[in-house]
Design a protein around this ligand. Structure first.
Ligand code: UDP
Length: 538
């Protein structure tokens, strides 16, 4: 490994002198530990103490300078999972003069991204917590280019999907355990610490039951740019339309099985008149799965991490997620949330086994595979009798694990019925161009003219011009929303209008000041901003 680090030659003595004289320099973005990413020059790491070290000198910089708030609870989250107490980053401080008494530093010449993977053996976690966030953190900082190097500090070994992490940069990622072989004191010439959470869509239930994140900031567009990058690196080319349409059953082979898979495949093929194939992580290479999924019309799978692969489905495809007995699909929605992100353009369908006869439980397995034999008899009885897993926190809830690791005999008619409710004709990629969903700008040159008729009646003629961007767009339907609010009142009268002017006479009083708010709406649900409020006196 050490040869690798020396690819970029650096003048050791100059580097050491710079470190002693300039110390560590840190400037961060983000206001809280949960949204902070820091850029460092000369951040060091003691592989003996397993601590990062900040060296103070006359030239060192520490922004934000939080004082002891740096420990409340941490400077930043090292993984993309929000505020998880095993994922905190901090450093210890030393005067640069202490370097005289320390092991000789080994300098890391590559620009480094220092971060934690959250659960590198689970494919959902790999994509959602690591690959997408790393990819977009690298997009955020231009010097995190293909020549930069990833450092994973969570302490796991490579894990099952290390090849995927290797795609993100041209340099081999390094793990915490490998750092020891490089030296006792490592100093990163230039590094970024932390990970952007901007692309994550799900919270796993550490503080409240799992569910979509409250404020999702990613759309299908960014997801698909990431998958395009991955596919190029995996050498999977996007075949264009032409070829045959097909359905994929993504099966699990170790647990949470579909017991009548052959029957299911036949039924799907017959119902939709399409070739139907099975894939599994155990029997197919990752590239092959990506190649197959990226051209599929429908993906059918048990709830589980393999469903994150619907990331690679073409627009217009359908995701069918199967839930074992007693597991309410509404309570476990990482893949539903993904499929229904704006611009993902996937159809999502959930099916649940509601028939106790069709489920196979494994009470005698180890607890982490859903076994309950370690619990007392009353508790076991309760779990076995229960018809629905109650809402729970991550990650060791026995009700959940017991039900999550059931095998299921899928009731074919009921499954076909729920799919048919959504997929009316043939499923599959729509050839039509999907509307991109651009929002209107403000309406322009809004004006009002009042006329008073007698002592109790008045009229308000309001007109405006189209938003500036409309003249460059083809929009199916353009409407305007106008709110008329009497000054000083909390309420307003809303109107939806098709033209650029309207004369309001209902409820308009003479000698009154009205505030008029106008915005444009494209295609029913793309609401633009309100123009500056108009003040109109009758
Ligand atoms: N896995 C698999 N086949 C199986 C069981 C699991 O490919 O029969 C994969 C699964 O996709 C995930 C990892 O093994 O990447 C861990 O599975 P687990 O059941 O722990 O998690 P879940 O799928 O419920 O998220």
């Amino acid at each position: 490994q050490s040869q690798e680090l020396s690819q970029v030659r650096i003048d050791y003595h100059a580097a050491l002198q710079a470190l002693v004289e300039d110390g560590t320099r840190m400037v961060c973005t983000g206001r809280m530990h949960t949204d902070r990413i820091c850029r460092f020059e000369s951040l060091c790491y003691s592989t003996e103490a397993e601590e990062f070290v900040f060296f103070h000198s006359n030239s060192s910089v520490m922004l934000p300078n939080l004082g002891s708030r740096r420990f409340q609870p941490a400077l930043l989250d090292l993984s993309s999972v929000e505020d998880h107490n095993t994922q905190y980053f901090n450093f210890v401080e030393l005067p640069a003069a202490a370097l005289k008494f320390m092991p000789k530093p080994v300098f890391v010449p590559d620009v480094a991204l220092i971060t934690n993977r959250f659960n590198p053996d689970n494919l959902m976690h790999v994509f959602h917590d690591d690959l997408l966030p790393i990819y977009y953190t690298m997009q955020q900082f231009p010097d995190l280019d293909q020549e930069s190097r990833l450092f994973f500090m969570e302490g796991w070994s490579e894990g099952l999907h290390f090849d995927l992490y290797k795609i993100l940069s041209n340099k081999q990622p390094l793990l915490k355990e490998q750092l020891k072989t490089l030296g006792r004191l490592l100093c990163f010439t230039k590094s970024y610490v932390g990970l952007s959470k901007i692309t994550t869509w799900y919270q796993y239930g550490f503080v409240q039951p799992q569910g979509p994140k409250a404020n999702i900031l990613v759309s299908g567009n960014e997801i698909r740019q990431f998958t395009k990058f991955m596919m190029e690196k995996l050498n999977v080319s996007l075949e264009e339309s032409s070829s045959e349409e097909y359905i994929i059953v993504f099966s699990r082979t170790i647990n949470r099985l579909i017991l009548n898979e052959a029957e299911l495949i036949l039924a799907l093929a017959q119902e939709f008149q399409m070739k139907t194939i099975t894939v599994s992580l155990e029997d197919h290479s990752f590239s092959d799965i990506v190649r197959l999924i990226s051209n599929a019309s429908m993906l059918v799978s048990m709830h589980g991490a393999q469903l994150v692969m619907s990331l690679f489905l073409p627009r217009g495809a359908t995701v069918v997620e199967l839930f074992p007995y007693a597991i309410n699909p509404e309570h476990y929605t990482p893949y539903k949330t993904l499929a229904t992100l704006p611009g993902m353009d996937l159809q999502y369908i959930a099916w649940q086994n509601t028939d106790r006869e069709n489920t196979v439980t494994y009470p005698d397995r180890p607890w982490d595979q859903g076994g309950i034999a370690h619990l007392d008899k009353v508790e076991q009885e309760r779990i076995i009798k229960s018809k629905e897993v109650p809402r729970h926190l991550c990650c060791r809830n026995p009700d959940w694990l017991f039900r999550a690791y059931q095998d299921t005999k899928v009731d074919i008619p009921s499954l076909i019925q729920v799919i048919r409710q959504t997929v009316k004709s043939k499923p599959g990629p729509k050839k039509q161009k999907w509307t991109s969903g651009l929002y209107p700008g403000k309406v322009r040159d809004a004006k009002c003219q009042a006329s008073v008729q007698g002592t109790s009646e008045a009229k308000l003629a309001v007109s405006w011009q189209i938003p500036w961007n409309l003249k460059y767009l083809k929009v199916r339907e353009v409407k305007y929303e106008v709110w008329i609010q009497e000054q000083g009142e909390n309420t307003y009268m809303p109107y939806i209008l098709s033209h650029q002017n309207h004369t309001f006479s209902e409820n308009i009083k003479p000698f009154t000041i009205y505030l008029v708010w106008i915005r444009c709406i494209f295609n029913k649900n793309l609401l633009g901003p309100f123009a500056d409020v108009l003040l109109c006196s009758t």
